[in-house]
Design a protein around this ligand. Structure first.
Ligand SMILES: Cc1cc2nc3c(=O)[nH]c(=O)nc-3n(C[C@H](O)[C@H](O)[C@H](O)COP(=O)(O)OP(=O)(O)OC[C@H]3O[C@@H](n4cnc5c(N)ncnc54)[C@H](O)[C@@H]3O)c2cc1C
Length: 282
């Protein structure tokens, strides 16, 4: 079995700021991390490998420094790591990104047929959740989104059963391999990297593929040229003038607390009481 796990290197969004004047994202000095959602899919892939054997390849499209993110995956147990990196990919939107990744997966498949592609649910920077479905569409693989558990894989029958989160419950789905799985967060706990695996990862020969090596012939489909989406404006949310308020009240009587809160709300929003009464009357 060959599992490809797509991982993206992202800036630690907890430390990102939007420039107050020109509204651009200030990335300077912000540490780069593996997209946290992707670590759940990496762990799930490693668990599958532990159960039924096979190879796990971590795949990333990004700048040369994204190699660090792939080394991290190797330290957790990925067998192979491929960084698709080329200036021609710069400015890619989700369409161009999923095209480049799908083409690279097709290329990987020529060496060792790919059975499952894992992606995270979404990234913490782009946040679109479009890349996984985009890859599935281009590769013509079955798509399983919001997966919380891989229930069973029958290699002989080339089938997979998963649980996926759906509105109001859990769906159990069965489909054919090959497939793309977008994995939900908090579905497993990432194993620890050990000192020997970290040393192994530090010296691991991460494969770097440029555009041609990734099998991409048509430059019009990648980077800025292949990206029909245009970001018109980036801005931080306006800080709210109203803040949460701590009321010091005598809590010995619940009734008094509720009355006091209602009194406060009506004082703050003088028209609210009349509006509610009118609504009730109509
Ligand atoms: C409108 C728009 C315009 C943009 N313009 C630019 C731009 O000009 N320059 C620029 O640098 N970026 C740009 N981006 C960001 C870029 O498109 C995204 O970083 C990229 O397409 C991935 O989308 P996402 O982060 O929303 O991933 P999602 O779709 O949320 O990611 C889902 C999963 O796909 C996988 N995945 C996503 N990206 C990668 C990757 N690179 N390698 C491996 N796996 C991956 C991961 O497993 C991830 O969990 C733009 C994004 C948008 C929405």
């Amino acid at each position: 079995m060959h599992i490809v796990v797509c991982i993206k290197q992202v800036p630690d969004s907890a430390q990102i700021r939007v420039h107050p004047v020109n509204n651009t994202i200030m990335r300077q000095g912000v540490p780069a991390i593996v997209n946290p959602y992707d670590l759940f899919s990496l762990e799930e892939a490693l668990r599958l490998k532990d159960r039924i054997g096979g190879t796990v390849t971590a795949l990333c499209m990004g700048p040369p420094q994204a190699e660090d993110a792939l080394r991290k995956c190797v330290s957790y147990g990925a067998d192979d790591a491929v960084l698709v990196t080329d200036r021609a990919f710069a400015g890619a939107d989700t369409l161009a990104t999923s095209y480049a990744l799908a083409t690279a997966i097709r290329e990987l498949s020529k060496q060792h047929v790919v059975d499952i592609v894992f992606t995270g649910k979404q990234t913490i920077d782009g946040d679109t959740a479009q890349v996984g479905p985009g890859i599935a569409k281009r590769l013509d693989f079955q798509l399983l989104t919001y997966v919380s558990r891989i229930v069973e894989i029958d290699f002989g029958a080339r089938s997979i059963i998963v649980e996926r989160r759906a509105e109001g419950g859990v769906q159990v789905l069965k489909t054919a391999l090959p497939c793309v799985v977008t994995m939900l967060e908090n579905t497993n706990e990432l194993r620890f990297a050990t000192l020997p695996t970290m040393i192994h990862a530090a010296g691991f020969p991460v494969r770097k593929w440029n555009r041609e090596q990734a099998g991409i012939k048509d430059v019009a489909k990648i980077g800025l040229k292949g990206s029909p989406t245009v970001v018109k404006k980036v801005f931080g949310p306006t800080p709210r003038s109203e803040r949460a308020e701590i009321l010091e009240l005598d809590t010995s009587s619940t009734r008094d607390v509720s009355l006091e809160l209602i009194r406060k709300i009506f004082t703050r929003h003088p028209t609210l009481e009349a509006e509610l009464l009118m609504k009730r009357a109509s």
